[in-house]
Design a protein. Sequence first.
Length: 69
Amino acid sequence: MPSPRPGDRIRLVAMPDDPDPIPPGTIGTITSVWQHRTWAQVDVNWDNGRKLMLAVPPDQFETISRNSE
């Protein structure tokens, strides 16, 4: 799977550890990606109006469309 990048459109598959998770199947746009040693922080503006980051892993998503820039 290619690395996520700002502008990519994604669909959430799972957010297992968040106390107030985004529902699976929700679509959003990545705004920034911060790579750490063993995980990545993926900041997302969700289409439902929320702004909540993903911690990958354990959060899982699928890319719907790639930013072509």
